[in-house]
Ligand binder design. Sequence first.
Ligand code: ZN
Length: 387
Amino acid sequence: MELFKKAGCGNIILTSLFLIIVVFFPSFSPAAEKTGVTDIRYWSYSGYTRVVIDLSDEAVFTNNRLAFPDRLYFDIKNSSIRKELQKNISVGNGMLKSVRAGQHDKNTVRVVLDLEKITDFKVFTLAKPSRIIVDIFGLKTFSVKKTIVIDPGHGGKDPGAIGPGRLYEKDIVLDVALKLKKILSKDPNIEIFLTREKDVFIPLPKRTAIANGRNADLFVSIHANASRRKKLKGIETYFLNWTDNEEAQKVAARENAISLKQMKRLKKKMDIKDIILSDLSREYKRNESMALANYVQKSMVKGLERNYKNVVDLGVKWSYFYVLFGADMPSTLLEISFVSNPLEGRRLAKDKYRADLAKSIATGIKKYLSSMPEGQMLASTVKTIGP
Ligand SMILES: [Zn+2]
């Protein structure tokens, strides 16, 4: 038997013939037949929480939503609750602060859901066994804390690309990454880590290991581009995949600190080929990496175009980057501008340009996060209480 109640409705539901008889024939004493509240459980997901009030039998209840503070309460008639369940259960998932229950009066158990920020709720009952189910809906955007690892390329003995006037890629990307961290840290739903916060050398495989070790949801490696052709300028974003494109191979060869010849030879090495193919076969990850790259690339171009002329969109590309290899989560590598180009080199030297880049990268990451399908993070965020 399922009875659905519309959100916000405070009417009484009669869930059994027995109770109807009780209402109409009060002399039929129900004193010994009190319904027990046997458990209270909840499951927390992204943007959604389900609370279950377990009952020993069907029951009559009223529910209401009150403001200041925002809360939902349920008065379960002719019921009792065990002492152990009369407590405050802390939830704190952005939608629900806590659930608390108690013996309100001799015959009524009151269950209160302290709300935080919700868009809607639904109440219904299930029979055999009897349960009151409360579904709480939060904002459609992600509300579970996300972990992001930002990787400023190079560092220490490895300066990365070098532009005119001792403009080092390692210094530029560290500054952009620190600015990006500052912006994203303001969001309580995001936990952000950098692979390095100062000028130190970190081997490429260690960078993804840091992301995997943190169980990160996203990995973003930040780099600045360089070319012998000084005229070449623009912004491009990469994800991991095989490519025959010579330019994309050149970029990866430089970032991998190997020659283009070695880079081409890699493709023929069977063991590496097998590993990368198995990695890429996880279709979901490649698609998500591509989506992430698209959001960030678009956001960088759009963000910079507002304040600068001659912003060149080189688009989303793919190549074989060591630093993305083995990342267990959607990952991307940004080439934020060319240090070798006179105009972009001058811009990259400026604090304002780096701040604008950080801001637009943050916007792109957030847009990607709010576009993520909610289902993919369910398994890791399910929480339950009670037996
Ligand atoms: Zn680099």
